[in-house]
Design a protein around this ligand. Structure first.
Ligand SMILES: [Zn+2]
Length: 199
């Protein structure tokens, strides 16, 4: 298994979450393999602030957070499967899926806090994380936002050969087909060029 930094090329946090596992060139990469990397991912995804993350790591401990990361990987598999079907048939009822998602959403409760920084007073929304499993609520909220706010057909998977990455196509013309122009887009261009050379 290769190590690498999380990718944020999905143009939506829910897509970035699905992209925490990837298989470039046939080799599996797991980006949330344990509790520490899952919490670090939540911080990079801006779902959790750094100080709060450090506090939670101390409070919950390694074993509990490792368990939560395992739950997160299950959630990812489930969400990838559901969102794949959702973008094909957005009008289906998805009763069981909504029940599961709403259960997790119940764990994503928040409160407002007024704080004064050097830039002046700021009203910030903070999540209530009472137990490790509540962290899944943060991810569930992003999945719920995707389904509630975005066009199903614009959730796409990269057209690159063997690329498994997801993204939300926010381009004006809705013609984005690759996870990134520099990686898969470039490889496809090179392959097409070689094909022409041969022909
Ligand atoms: Zn790709």
């Amino acid at each position: 298994m290769l190590a690498m930094e999380p990718l944020f090329i999905g143009s939506h946090v829910a897509a970035d979450f699905l992209n925490t596992t990837l298989t470039p060139r046939g080799e599996a990469i797991e980006l949330i393999g344990d509790g520490a990397s899952f919490v670090a991912w939540l911080v990079k995804a801006q779902l959790l602030d750094g100080e709060e993350a450090a506090r939670l790591r101390r409070r919950f401990g390694v074993a509990a957070l490792d368990g939560t990361a395992a739950e997160a990987r299950k959630l990812r598999r489930w969400a990838g499967d559901w969102l794949g079907r959702w973008r094909e048939s957005p009008r289906a009822s998805y009763e069981a899926e909504l029940r599961r998602l709403n259960e997790l959403l119940g764990r994503a409760s928040s409160f407002r806090e007024l704080s004064v920084t050097k830039d002046g007073p700021r009203l910030v929304e903070r999540m209530t994380i009472g137990e490790p499993g509540d962290l899944l609520g943060l991810v569930a909220l992003e999945i719920a936002k995707l389904v509630a706010q975005e066009e199903p057909a614009l959730l796409k998977r990269c057209a690159g050969a063997e690329c498994t990455l997801w993204f939300l196509d926010r381009t004006k013309a809705h013609r984005r087909v690759f996870c990134s122009a520099s990686a898969c887009g470039n490889r496809a261009k090179v392959a097409a060029f070689r094909e022409r050379q041969r022909g």
